[in-house]
Design a protein around this ligand. Structure first.
Ligand code: TPP
Length: 371
C-alpha cells in the first residue's frame, strides 16, 4: 500500500505540484489529499482536465498531474492523440488512473471492457505505465520515476500510474452541504408520482442504483427505466434521443457532476424542445457516488443557464414538502422543463447494485416502448 502523502511529497521534491482531474472512488484517498493540501482543479470531464494541464505546462514548464477513473480514458483519447502526444505538441503529463474492471477483480458490467483494454490502450497512446497494487511498496514507484519516467517526461512523453483496488492507504476529508433531503428520498418521491407509462433515464452512479432498488421494493420491474450505468454525462442525451421518438413522458434523472461533464447537451435539448422531456437534477454540488468531492454547480445560476438554453421553466425544491408541492406542477407542464432538487451528500451504506444485466434492462425497456 502506498501513502498518498508520501507520493505527493515525492512529487513536490521534483517540483510537481499541480493536480487536475475527475474524482474516482478507487483514487478517493489521493483525490481527497490533493483537494485538501495542493493546488487542485476538479474538472468537468477528463478531456477538460488534460487541456487545463496542457495550459499549465505551457505557462510553467512544470509537469502537471491528471487523475481519472479509467472510464475517463475515452474522454482523453482525442486530446492525447491530437494535442499532448509527441507527434503534436509533446506535453508531458503524469496520469494517475483508477483501474476499474481489472481482469480477475470482480466489478460491474460497465467496467469490464474498459478494464480489460486499459494497459493496451495506454500502450497505443504511447503512455508508459506502472501498476500499483495493495502489495506495492513506495520505493518501487520512486524507482520507476527516478530510473525511467522523469527522463521520459523531460523528453515530452507522458507516463501513468495505474492504480488497483486498495493500492492507496485510506485518507478521507469530510464533505457536507446544508441540504436536508437525501437523493434517495427525492428519487422515491418522484417515482411515487410517475404513472406506469412514464419513462426514466437515470444517470451514472448511485442515482441509478437507488432507482433500481426502489423499483425492486415496489415490485414494479425495471422496464420503464434506462440505467446509464456507464457513460457518465450522457443520460440527458440518451433521454433526448428517446423523447424525440416516443409520445411517453421521458424523465431524465441527472446528477450535477454528470450534467457539467457534457453540459452541451442541455443546449441541444433546449433547441430541440421535446415537449415530453422532464429534466431532474439531484443537486448535491458533489460527486457523491465516488467520494463526494465538490463540483462547481453551486456557483452556477441554474435557472439562467437552463432558460437561456431554451427550456421553458425551472422548478426548485429544497426539502420534501417543496418537492411534493412542485412535482404535480412540473409533471403537468409542457417540456422541456427542469427541476433542480437540492440534496445532501450521503447515501446508504448497504445500497445494492442492479441484479439484472444491462442487456436484460435494455430489452425490457425497449419492450415498454412497444418494440
Ligand atoms: C467518464 C467517467 N468519468 C468518471 C466516472 C466515475 N464516476 C462515476 S459516478 C461519478 C460522480 C457523479 O456525480 P454526480 O453526477 O454529481 O452524481 P452524484 O453521485 O453526486 O449523485 C463519477 C465521477 C465515470 N463513471 N465515467
Amino acid at each position: 500500500m502506498i501513502d498518498v502523502k508520501d507520493l505527493v511529497s515525492y512529487f513536490e521534491s521534483r517540483d510537481i505540484g499541480f493536480f487536475t482531474g475527475v474524482p474516482d472512488s478507487q483514487l478517493s484517498s489521493f483525490c481527497d489529499y490533493v483537494e485538501e493540501n495542493c493546488e487542485n482543479i476538479i474538472a468537468a470531464n477528463e478531456g477538460n482536465a488534460l487541456a487545463i494541464a496542457t495550459g499549465y505546462n505551457l505557462a510553467t514548464d512544470r509537469y502537471p498531474v491528471v487523475y481519472l477513473q479509467n472510464s475517463g480514458l475515452g474522454n482523453i483519447v482525442n486530446p492525447v492523440t491530437s494535442l499532448t502526444h509527441e507527434k503534436v505538441y509533446s506535453i508531458p503529463i503524469i496520469y494517475i488512473i483508477g483501474w476499474r474492471g481489472e481482469p480477475g477483480v470482480h466489478d460491474e458490467p460497465q467496467h469490464i471492457k474498459q478494464g480489460a483494454i486499459t494497459p493496451d490502450l495506454l500502450d497505443l497512446l504511447d503512455i508508459s505505465h506502472i501498476n500499483i497494487t495493495k502489495d506495492s511498496e513506495f520505493n518501487e514507484l520512486v524507482d520507476a520515476f527516478e530510473n525511467d519516467f522523469l527522463e521520459k517526461l523531460n523528453n515530452g512523453e507522458s507516463v501513468a500510474i495505474v492504480v488497483s483496488k486498495k493500492a492507496f492507504k485510506d485518507y478521507k476529508i469530510k464533505k457536507e452541504n446544508d441540504n436536508i433531503l437525501t437523493r434517495e428520498q427525492a428519487i422515491q418521491t418522484i417515482v411515487d408520482h410517475l404513472t406506469e407509462e412514464d419513462i426514466v433515464v437515470s444517470t451514472t452512479g448511485k442515482s441509478s442504483r437507488e432507482l433500481f432498488e426502489y423499483r425492486e421494493a415496489l415490485n414494479q420491474g425495471h422496464g420503464n427505466d434506462f440505467l446509464t450505468v456507464g457513460s457518465m454525462g450522457h443520460s440527458s442525451s440518451i433521454a433526448l434521443g428517446v423523447a424525440l421518438n416516443t409520445e411517453k413522458k421521458v424523465f431524465c434523472f441527472d446528477g450535477d457532476g454528470a450534467l457539467l461533464m457534457h453540459m452541451g447537451s442541455i443546449a441541444l435539448i433546449g433547441s430541440k424542445k421535446p415537449e415530453n422531456f422532464y429534466h431532474v437534477m439531484f443537486n448535491n454540488s458533489a460527486h457523491e457516488s465516488v467520494g463526494g468531492l465538490p463540483t462547481i454547480m453551486n456557483q452556477i445560476e441554474i435557472e439562467d443557464l437552463v432558460l437561456s438554453c431554451g427550456y421553458y421553466k425551472v422548478y426548485n425544491a429544497r426539502n420534501l414538502d417543496e418537492l411534493k408541492e412542485v412535482l404535480p406542477l412540473f409533471i403537468k407542464d409542457q417540456g422541456p422543463v427542469f427541476l433542480n432538487i437540492d440534496v445532501d451528500i450521503s447515501s446508504r451504506k448497504d445500497l445494492g447494485r442492479p441484479t439484472t444485466t444491462p442487456n436484460e434492462n435494455k430489452n425490457e425497456f425497449k419492450k415498454r416502448l412497444g418494440l
